[in-house]
Unconditional design. Sequence first.
Length: 131
Amino acid sequence: MKKILNTSEAASLLMSDENADWTMAGARALVEHLEQIEEDCETEIEFDRVELRSSYSEYESLIDWADQHFANYREEFGIEYVNPMTGESDDQSVLDCDGNFHDEVLDSITRYIQDHGQLIEFDGGIIVSEF
């Protein structure tokens, strides 16, 4: 016996998993990502919310992910530059003058995740496959 789920039904099932911490936007983004894989690969994916909870995690941002996975993400993803005054190599702050993270830092975190797993970006956060 098999039941075909639509996007809303699958997202609701993810949300009803009391052992997971999905937002509605995150659950929907994950389901839409899986639906795209089904379409691209012309295959069906069996819905298993325990497997999905074990395989994917939701984070508020790339920095939130990096902070949870690296003891010192500022060092891991910092930007090295040559100080024009001293001619020596220094670590640049990961923040710009307005307090926002440099695009280079965010791009570096994005590349790291994509090199090791899957990154799903959506309005409100990110989902990363475990690796």
